[in-house]
Design a protein around this ligand. Sequence first.
Ligand code: ADP
Ligand code: MG
Length: 477
Amino acid sequence: MEWETVIGLEIHAQLSTKSKIFSGASTAYGAEPNTQACAVDLGLPGVLPVLNREVVRMAAKFGLAIGAPIAPRSIFARKNYFYPDLPKGYQISQYELPVVGRGQVEIELEDGATRTIGVTRAHLEEDAGKSLHEDYHGMTGVDLNRAGTPLLEIVSEPDMRCAREAVAYMKKIHALVRYLEICDGNMQEGSFRCDANVSIRRKGTDKLGTRAEIKNLNSFRFLERAINYEVERQIDILEGGGAVVQETRLFDPDKGETRSMRSKEEANDYRYFPDPDLLPLDIQADFIEQVRASLPELPDEKKHRFMNEYGLSAYDAGVLTASREMAEYFEQVAAALSGQAKLAANWVMGELTGALNRENREIGNSPVSAKALGGLLLRIQDNTISGKIAKEVFEAMWAGEGDADQVIERKGLKQITDTGAIEQVIDQVIAENPSQLEQYRSGKDKLFGFFVGQVMKRTGGKANPAQVNELLKQKLS
Ligand code: ADP
Ligand code: MG
């Protein structure tokens, strides 16, 4: 407990433009290697980059969404380094004057708390190519299709204090870029990834500890595991009397470890200088106002509306607004129910999300539509079935066996609410269990549950639970 963890993330979001940031080559994913890199992407002599207007619009959207100023003038710079997947010998990025300044986002944690995380800046840059180490024995393949793909690098303040907060922050940015439709958020394809900077310090001290930077994490789970491993590693070093070295590390998901990749170059090793081929990026106020007018309802706005309009907790509202699709689905279910939004929320976050995860499906491909789920929950609301039976009906609907009413009808799952019928079953159960009755009447209250269980069992779970309780109480006393 005496150590405090400090985390800052650098998130790379690939902007979903059709063409590259400085050329007309396609950005489509999955093409044959080296078929989508043109002379500009390769930086061949005599060519000139031309900025894609769309990436500026997208960066401005992001900046406005986090309450950050959009720089009226920003500068593209060359970041010089040699690597086989960077034939130009430099990457075009932004350094001293980024397009998006300081902003912030709100994250929500599972215990219901919310925290504000600062975003230091966001800048535009081009991606490099890709080195392929696996497919060639003793050689490395280079695929330059990705060279020149537009990226928005979003740099956070070192504001996070544990892996879960870092995950919540990354999820929030992920939700945001997808709401804004500036990035497809596909983490498997590398469209959304992050570098995690992790350090520790003694609780109560202000000075930051020496950090390690864990590169290229492309899943929320890896981010969490990598940070937790890294924190343990640093604690072991410091408690053993050693010192953490500033370096770049890689996370190995199979081993669950981070390992050293290279010691950290000083930033000035890159010899940043303004790119002489590109004019300063000047953004007019009316352009920004145009972008502002195009913004959709954002995750935090939606979250607060869900809290006010549906009476949901901050956590529930946060989960349900993590994607536009999920939020839309929830609102349709809630609309079908007239009141009881909490019932809709529980089912969307519980059964539905569970089933989607189990089959690795997106909500847009759910076999049970929002309308169909609303129809099912209506039958809980009007006491046709219990919540427990509803789960069985849901599974049948998921398997394509029809809508709620059809399944309930065909399987005879309608709840028994006829008092006479329930009483009959209760009488049988009591008659068959004289010794339990004896014990119950002589004070063993716990046996009440036994009788409830027997009645439910005999009715195949269909007896209305509230009525069973009520009637049993009368009969047993
Ligand atoms: P660089 O340019 O070398 O990557 P920056 O100063 O831009 O370094 O910081 C990059 C990221 O690292 C930011 O998200 C920042 O919040 C985070 N960071 C900086 N120092 C620390 C530290 N001591 N511990 C944790 N994170 C840090
Ligand atoms: Mg960095």
